[in-house]
Design a protein. Structure first.
Ligand SMILES: [Zn+2]
Ligand SMILES: [Zn+2]
Length: 294
């Protein structure tokens, strides 16, 4: 299968015993030639990545949709584990909105004692974590030479105000394409990114449930997230074949069954609706192949 999505973490800021924090793996190609892109790095991301048989050294790049803590809380773990588990200098590229460089600089500063301990202790470890940050706003995402190359990545501004800036990413590989929307309300930037793509991975919250919980701090989250219905409308408008929902608030099963969530989206979208537990995998077939095999 050419392009695949694995929901590494389907949780949210609310801790859940069986849902890791927001993180999605986009894999393209086969075996040693495969490229693996990690979108967001929430709580427990490397545990879930290990369950797929991969580790931090296998990541082609990390892409951050926005700097909310639940989406970056384990980025430090990715940085450190990549550094200590690779045996020659292997830069980790981190792509994110403006502000990402400052956050990564502070993560590295917080790791400073650890970096010094390990360099002092391991004779063969003679370099600091090689991290390469690329801040993006919209358009083509260019990775450094030798990293990736088979997947075309583009990005666009999304709308998660007052969290600004926030971006979504689109991955095109051999006639298949998927968008990672991140946290956003429906917006023109996301529509443009989704136009002509096959699938979108969209974070969602059950607004119908949250609106009835008398807790202001929860109600505050209503205005900058999409509901399953809104995510479905975005997928329908773009003519996509697959909608992949993640970031379940409230977490299932307390927040309803998978069928409940799917039914809400199905009111607005006639394609395939995917959701599930952590490690749920969705293969995105090439539409070029489909067309030529007809
Ligand atoms: Zn957010
Ligand atoms: Zn979030």
């Amino acid at each position: 299968m050419s392009l695949a999505v694995t929901l590494l973490g389907t949780g949210s800021p609310m801790p859940s015993p069986d849902r890791a924090g927001p993180a999605t793996l986009i894999s393209a190609g086969e075996d040693d030639a495969a490229e693996h892109y990690l979108v967001d790095a929430g709580r427990g991301v490397l545990m879930r990545l290990a369950a797929t048989g991969l580790g931090a050294p296998n990541l082609t790049a990390v892409l951050i949709t926005h700097l909310h803590s639940d989406h970056i809380t384990d980025l430090n773990d990715v940085v450190t584990t990549r550094w200590v588990m690779t045996f020659e200098e292997t830069p980790l590229t981190i792509v994110g909105p403006v502000g990402t460089r400052k956050v990564v600089d502070h993560i590295l500063a917080s790791l400073e004692p650890d970096i010094e301990y390990r360099i002092a202790h391991h004779e063969d470890l003679d370099h600091r974590p090689p991290v390469n940050v690329i801040e993006v706003t919209s358009g083509v995402v260019e990775l450094p030479a030798g990293q990736g190359g088979n997947v075309a990545i583009t990005c666009a501004q999304t709308d998660h105000k007052p969290v600004e800036p926030s971006v979504g990413f689109r991955f095109d590989f051999q006639g298949a394409s998927v968008v990672a929307a991140g946290d956003t309300v429906p917006c023109d930037g996301l529509d443009a990114l989704c136009d002509g793509a096959d699938a979108v991975v969209h974070t969602v919250i059950r607004k119908d449930i949250i609106a009835n919980i008398p807790m202001q701090r929860l109600q505050d989250t209503l205005d900058y997230h999409s509901s399953p219905e809104e995510a479905a409308q975005t997928a329908a408008k773009a003519g996509m074949s697959t909608l992949i929902l993640t970031h379940y608030v409230p977490p299932m099963p307390q927040g309803g069954t998978e069928d409940d969530w799917r039914a809400l989206a199905a009111e607005h979208f006639g394609g395939t609706i995917e959701l599930g537990d952590d490690l749920h995998r969705v293969d995105i077939p090439s539409h070029q192949q489909n067309e030529s095999s007809r």
